[in-house]
Design a protein around this ligand. Structure first.
Ligand SMILES: O=C(O)CCC(=O)C(=O)O
Length: 278
């Protein structure tokens, strides 16, 4: 069987330049319409508690009582086969390896994200506050990580597209940059921008396209003003040799290294599958 053209894409020097300069890169369409449809069904199954396999999710799960709140499920790959296929996809791994300049890519964790459509209801409940992913991942000893955000429908500002702050990957780790759950975007902007130029760029994606953003790139998203939910699957990926950095910050992944992790211990066991190896 021949490989579809969309799965033969290779990172160009220009893509890499854009990723390094701006802190993010928009891919061509990576998954086909059938896979998009299967992943949309996976969303329904996950939110209704219909798991694949005999295991349990990583975290206790119950739907938020507020229907306008964003839904977020970590490590969907543990309990859903479609999510596992996409977040461990070697093709996506190769693109990430080329952008990060590494010989191996592993999954740090995934997220299945559902942003409800609230029309013109006066709410900001669907906002995702400005944050740096590495602001949450400081127990990893390498900030050179990448997030792949895969759109399961056409996504733009009207349905709450993710926005990145241009070039913020060059700001280093900003203190207290873990603003995901603060819905006051203006307050966060004040707090993080300082004297720096704050340019918000929407990641406008067709269904099946993905944005790849660096672990230090500030990003967030606004309310979904349509009447349909915004669905995505997100793979957070790490380069070869990423290891444990102790006593800085708590992260769920640390306990997946076992009861007595040691400094520098690589996140390299079955909880962190390899997507791609050169
Ligand atoms: O889905 C969103 O709007 C934000 C997701 C996010 O913060 C991420 O993928 O790192």
């Amino acid at each position: 069987m021949s490989i579809p053209a969309e799965r033969q894409y290779k990172i160009t020097p220009q893509d890499k330049e854009i990723f390094e300069r701006d802190g993010y890169w928009i891919s061509p369409k990576l998954i086909d319409d059938d896979q998009i449809e299967r992943l949309r069904r996976a969303h329904d199954r996950i939110w209704s508690g219909d798991w694949d396999g005999d295991g349990e999710p990583m975290n206790y799960f119950r739907l938020h009582p507020n229907p306008d709140a964003i839904r977020k499920f970590d490590n969907g790959w543990w309990i859903n086969d479609e999510v596992r296929t996409v977040v461990t996809d070697p093709f996506i791994g190769e693109l990430a390896a080329d952008l990060l300049d590494t010989n191996e890519i592993r999954l740090w964790h995934d997220q299945v994200i559902y942003k409800p459509g609230v029309g013109d209801k006066p709410t900001r409940d669907g906002n995702v506050g400005w944050h740096q992913d590495y602001g949450y991942w400081q127990s990893s000893d390498n900030s050179n990580m990448v997030t792949v955000w895969i759109a399961l429908q056409d996504t733009d500002i009207s349905n709450g597209a993710m926005m990145t702050i241009l070039g913020s990957n060059h700001w280093g780790l900003v203190p207290e940059s873990d603003g995901f759950f603060n819905q006051n975007m203006e307050e966060l902007k004040e707090k993080y921008a300082g004297d720096r130029e704050w340019i918000e760029e929407p990641c406008i994606l067709k269904a099946g396209q993905a944005s790849f953003h660096h672990g230090l790139t500030f990003h967030g998203s606004g309310v979904n003003r349509t009447n349909e939910p915004r669905l995505s699957v997100v793979a957070h990926l790490m380069p070869q040799g990423t290891g444990y950095r102790p006593r800085v910050q708590r992260h769920e992944n640390v306990r997946l290294l076992g009861p007595r992790p040691v400094k520098g211990q690589p996140f390299a066991n079955e909880y962190f599958p390899v997507l791609y190896k050169r």
